[in-house]
Each structure stands twice: as C-alpha cells, then as structure tokens.
Design a protein around this ligand. Sequence first.
Ligand SMILES: [Zn+2]
Length: 392
Amino acid sequence: MSCRGDSDEDSSRKRRVSYVYSPEYIETCDTLSKVPNRASMVHSLIEAYGLLKHMSVVKPEAATIEEMAKFHTDSYLEHLHKISQDGDNDDPQSVDYGLGYDCPVVEGIFDYAAAVGGATLTAAQSLLDQKSEVAINWAGGWHHAKKDEASGFCYVNDAVLGILRLREKYERVLYVDVDLHHGDGVEDAFSFTSKVMTVSLHKFSPGFFPGTGDLCDTGLGKGRWYAVNVPLEDGIKDDRYYQVFTSVMQEVRAQFNPEAMVMQLGADTMAGDPMCSFNMTPVGVGKCLQYVLQWQLPTLLLGGGGYNLANTARCWTYLTAAVLGKTLSSEIPDHEFFTEYGPDYSLEISPSCRPDRNDAKHLDQVISTIKGVCVVCVMHRCLCVNRCVSSC
Ligand SMILES: [Zn+2]
C-alpha cells in the first residue's frame, strides 16, 4: 500500500519530524477510560513498523497550572486538581464544570490533563525552536474542552494551548479539524479573533454531539469569517471528502495566508468506527494531510477521537508514514498488540457498503457558500453581512 499519495517525495524525505513520546506519557494516556490502552496500541504499531528511527523522539513535559491557565480558568483547574486527588465523582460542584457523565472523574485525572496539555506544548515548542517542521502528538487533540468546562471526553483543550503557543511567534495560525465531531472548543476559544482561523469538517445532524458547527457559524466580532464550518452527512468516502477538503482549503489558504498550522486528525471518521457515521480510510485522510503539508508550514499534528482502537492505530501509523514519505507493508508486523488486528492482520481499512447520504448538489452548495463568504466578506469585511448570511 503506497503511503505517499500525491506528495513530492523529495520534500517529504527532507522533512524533519518530532514525535512526542515517553513510556510514562503513554502509560498515563492509556488510563483514559473511553479509549483504554489506545495510546500504547498506536505507539507500538508505529514502533513495530520501524518509523521511530526516522523521527526525533521528544520527551514531553507536563504542563504547569500557569501554562494550562493561558486558556482554562483558575477555578476550573483548581476544581480538577481537587477532585483528582481522591477520584471523587460525586462532588456537587463537578456538574458545573462538565465533569461526570461524559467526562468521568478518576483518580489522577489532573495529571492526565497536564500530561496531554504539556505534550502538545512540547510538540509546539519544537516547531518554535525550529527543531522540526512537523510535530506529532497522537495522544492529543481533545478539541471539545472549554475554558471552564470538560466536554466530550476532553478535560483540557491541548489544541487551544498548542495554538496559543504557536501564536507567540506566528501572526496567523490555521486550525484544521477532520474529526467526525465539530471542533467546538477550539472554534469557541478563537471565535472573536482574526489571528486564528478554525476550519472544521464534521457530521452535522440533529441530536449528534456537540450540535454546533452549522455552515452559517462563521465567527463573531473581529473574528467574523475566521471560522469555517463544513457540515456533512453520513457515509462520505475518501474521494468526495478529498474533493470538499481541497476546495475549502484552497480558499482558506488564499484568504488567510497562514504562517503555521495545527491539524486535528481524529480517526472516528474511519469505516468500522463504532460511531458508524463516515466511511473513510487512512488513504483518504492521508491525501488531505499531504495536501496541506505541501504548503510547507510549521505543522502540529494531533489525534482526537477514534473508538475502533485497532483502526485508529492503523490510521495514525499510516499518517505518520505519509508525513515521513515512507511506504509500509500492508502486513501488520508482529508486536505486542498483533492479535488485535485479526482476522486479516492488514494495515488497510476497507470502506463498508453503507450508502453515502451526501447529495452532490448540496455539497456543491456548501463549497460555493464557503467560497462566497470567504471571497466577498473577508475582502470587504462586514459591508456585505446581509448578503452572505442570506446566502447561507
Ligand atoms: Zn470525534
């Protein structure tokens, strides 16, 4: 199976890549109850394919409270710290902070949050220090957390922390989110600024979490037109997704001219994910990744959702190889988690036969609306608000 897609082999061969890893970090991330041992499975497969020797492996530092407080409120962090000490799931205040149902409190949850946030900061710092052009934290990408609220399995918004760190050097930072779910926490964090453009492609359907991310949501105040949302229906496959992605990203780049980029690559879009929504394979997501990597910007890559653990490991291993310009054998190598990849023990993921619910005409309208909003409104600011909003 070729991992290079349409990439220029020479540019990917020269690419310097940082990969945040330490045994302690993986062990901490493994404790996340929604994706138990996923961090280990992903790392083990990347290691088994021999990819570590092509990257600079960087040991992550845990984030300090001050670092997390660049986005999160002191009261939220203090509460998370307090309940983390005894794993108290019944503290009445927890409900106000989104802790409980979707984001259970377990002993050590604060240390987990600090580890994930710190690993993304370590990766971002390696870009700032020009030690690498691409930095990877597959155990990061928790895009739903708000400044004072845990949400959707996310306790700390490491993506926001990473963007804020990149902003210390780069004037305009682009955030691109291809998780199945809307990247609401990141969009909210930057909805009032024109310095960070957020782009999210996601399933948008009544009752589907988090319920935000409609085409008309384009940012607020000075940040108006700097949030781009691409709502999609179930069943979308590689080719059509790539077509939508490139149409939108071409426009985004032309209008925003980013200096650095953060991409969240949640793997819950994969065929075979328990979310049972999109019908993607690593090849399709890999082509999207190659499309933005050819811009040759400092790029931070993060994980996110992905609830079929073996498929998530397949996807992120494939993407790591794509970044490095390496071609992998489709036979999963023998390693600690080998038995998880049965019955075919293949790196490939086959799309299912579920129908694509995305109407071609509707997708064309989505693309042309986004192009219309970008061209007309970003060029002329708010003079044409009514025209654009009515076109949504
Ligand atoms: Zn997701």
